[in-house]
Design a protein around this ligand. Structure first.
Ligand code: FEO
Length: 383
């Protein structure tokens, strides 16, 4: 139960191997849905059809023999809307509610007629009885049709993907870590639209946030709003250095692990390290945004850079990576090429400062290399 009239009817998915076909979710994912019981009944989104039957059972139980009047479609992505057809087969009297883009995109997924749909615009309201729903269009958080709904009676914001996290609801873990990994990998590209939404939300009296993934948020909401403000403005969140490496034979790895110890011994508060060939790429991307300074260290390969690093940099570029200080380390036995290749991709990003102390290893880290790494550690601590 969210409030006296708002019930949770979502489902956990712990069978999924990759969310959106690409992200590992060791603790699964929740597809949230809610029902508002008033004179009229509104259902807030459906769930992924992978869990459609369980969802319909939850809904039927919550309805207690009544029938829903509206299905509000906040977001058409299939993890939320692929059960719309199932829903309408069971409750054909219900009216779909969305904006013009909602139905334009929904028609790409379902061979359905939307003649009876209620099309809403920014600022439109829908009275249910004592509850009144206010629609707030939030394009590109995360698709163009996304909209939030604010219930002015219980002061609940239904926030679509925003404020969601990876992890099933019975997972006992802090919100921040998996919300950050979710944010940067799913919504990270769209910082400006998120900033716009935060400004709209600032004018609302919000007591509870009901996202489409992860826990229902209540109590002191400033913690969540502050994180979203930092993340969407592309500002670093934590003091420290992130080292991402791709190492062919382990020599580049050994060098950056030595760099990590140098940084810590010089007082760097935190050094996070990711092996791009073995660790979760989504978490590496998250850490690249979390810290203000990053070290990219990679073997040269095919006249360029080892593919895991190339892939990582293209991921960062795709997510609008910006406002960071970057140090480069390459390894190459006869024709080092990684720093040039990494610089080329970094040059396509905004506000990236590349430190003027690039390091070239030739095989293992030698005594003279250690001096260069010490100097780099000093520079990273000072910058
Ligand atoms: Fe949870 Fe953008 O879908």
């Amino acid at each position: 139960m969210v409030t006296n009239d708002i019930l949770y009817i979502g489902v956990d998915d712990k069978d999924i191997d990759l969310f959106e076909g690409q992200f590992v979710v060791p603790n699964g994912i929740a597809y949230n849905s809610y029902v508002i019981l008033d004179n009229k009944i509104a259902v807030m989104d459906t769930v992924d059809k992978r869990k459609g039957a369980e969802y319909l059972a939850n809904l039927e139980k919550a309805l207690g023999g009544r029938l829903p009047d509206y299905l509000i479609v906040s977001h058409v992505e299939p993890d939320h809307a692929s059960s719309v057809k199932l829903f309408l087969e069971k409750y054909p009297q219900a009216q779909l509610v969305g904006n013009a883009k909602t139905f334009q995109i929904l028609a790409q997924y379902f061979d359905l007629s939307f003649d009876n749909a209620l099309i809403v615009k920014e600022g439109d309201t829908l009275p249910l009885g004592k509850h009144e729903l206010h629609f707030i269009l939030t394009p590109m958080v995360h698709w163009p049709e996304v909209m939030f709904t604010y219930d002015s009676y219980d002061k609940v914001l239904f926030s679509a993907d925003a404020f969601g996290k990876f992890g099933a609801l019975d997972t006992k873990e802090d919100w921040t870590c998996e919300a950050r990994r979710y944010y940067f990998n799913i919504v990270g590209k769209f910082g400006m639209p998120v900033q716009t939404v935060l400004k709209k939300a600032a004018s609302l009296d919000i007591r509870i946030i009901c996202p489409l993934h992860g826990p229902i948020l209540s109590g002191d909401l400033s913690k969540y709003l502050d994180k979203y403000n930092i993340w969407s403005s592309y500002e670093p969140e934590s003091e420290g250095v992130f080292i991402a490496y791709a190492s062919l034979h382990g020599n580049t790895r050994d060098a950056v692990l030595a760099l990590k110890e140098m940084l810590l011994s010089k007082g760097c508060p935190k050094v996070a390290v990711s092996d791009l060939a073995r660790d979760d790429m989504a978490e590496a991307l998250e850490d690249a945004f979390r810290y203000g300074k990053i070290v990219l260290a990679a073997s040269s390969y095919n006249g360029g850079v080892m593919p895991f690093m190339e892939d990582f940099l293209h991921h960062l570029k795709g997510k609008n990576y910006q406002k960071r200080t970057v140090a480069l380390v390459e390894n190459g036995s006869w024709a080092p090429s990684a720093n040039k290749a990494m610089t080329e991709i970094l040059s396509q990003m905004k506000d990236i400062t590349i430190l003027d102390t690039p390091i070239t290893l030739r095989g293992i880290m030698k005594e003279e290399d250690k001096k260069a790494f010490e100097a780099l550690a000093d520079k990273l601590c000072d910058s």
